[in-house]
Design a protein around this ligand. Structure first.
Ligand SMILES: Cc1cc2nc3c(=O)[nH]c(=O)nc-3n(C[C@H](O)[C@H](O)[C@H](O)COP(=O)(O)O)c2cc1C
Length: 253
């Protein structure tokens, strides 16, 4: 089992480097780790019929690792250029091309990744305006095309003037270090998602029927009124839950 840290910051010993280091030093015993600092590599695109030893070396390191940890600060509300350039140049190795130009996951399919990013703006501003969103989304988009499975993300807002990673984020690093130390085969969250869906529906149905109780003088005995009120209440609850799950819960802070 091997975990590869990929540091893509202008600063070799900055906050992203510290978070990455905190994750890697807390992995389980026996798990091998390695960190590569992308600024040390001259990463250029693949040219037809020409060897690209830098990309080959990096691809070999990725191939021999089970989990990749990307640590890249947010620059101009985007992913740092060095990581974006790395992804762009690596594209032929991350995905295969079909005859019609579509892409399918390449040889790294079913590996796992963890993303780390940071920004100057405060936790509240990042929560409200999503300054780090694009950085994470770009990593997710590329990894999804490559069939690589997400294990989680660590975000550190409010880095202006910050020298050391705060205690609560160090705790989060330890949590993820344990999580990525366990070898996983495929995306094993499918069963978990179905169980969550089951309980979500069960609870919503219960609340809907609870709300219908005081309405019973008007709706009981009338199948269509019962049905219509159930559908409307269930729909409103579903809308609220979906809004919470997709917008509020996933805001980064
Ligand atoms: C070129 C550049 C662009 C940046 N753009 C933003 C930005 O749009 N929003 C923000 O909050 N911070 C921005 N920052 C601040 C970085 O996100 C911050 O310096 C980062 O947390 C430093 O991470 P490091 O210590 O690993 O280098 C920018 C920094 C640089 C160098």
């Amino acid at each position: 089992m091997k975990i590869l840290g990929i540091l893509a910051s202008h600063q070799e010993h900055g906050l992203n480097a510290q978070i990455l280091d905190e994750v890697l030093k807390n992995v389980d015993e026996g798990v091998e780790t390695e960190t590569i600092y992308l600024e040390n590599y001259d990463i250029t695109p693949h040219k037809y019929h020409e060897k690209n030893p830098v990309l080959d070396e990096l691809a070999d390191k990725m191939a021999e690792s089970d989990v990749w940890v990307f640590a890249a600060p947010t620059y101009f509300r985007e992913l740092s250029g060095v990581l974006k350039n790395f992804f762009d140049c690596m594209r032929p190795k991350l995905v295969y091309f079909k005859e019609n130009g579509d892409t399918i996951p390449g040889k790294f399919k079913n590996k796992h990744y963890l993303s780390i990013s940071s920004c100057y703006v405060s936790t509240t501003e990042n929560f409200l305006t999503g300054v780090t969103d694009e950085a994470f989304k770009t990593i997710d988009r590329v990894m999804s095309a490559a069939g690589v499975i997400k294990t989680g993300e660590i975000v550190l807002p409010g880095t202006f003037g910050m020298k050391k990673v705060p205690y609560n984020k160090k705790k989060l690093c330890k949590k993820y270090a344990k999580k990525i130390s366990i070898r996983k085969r495929k995306d094993d969250s499918t069963v978990k998602r179905y169980i969550q869906l089951f309980f979500m529906i069960a609870i919503m149905a219960l609340i809907t029927m609870g709300i219908q109780v005081p309405l019973s003088p008007w709706i009981s005995g009338n199948f269509w009124l019962n049905y219509a009120s159930f559908t409307v209440i269930f729909f409103v609850l579903l809308g609220c839950i979906l809004h919470f799950v997709t917008f509020v819960k996933h805001r980064r802070r």
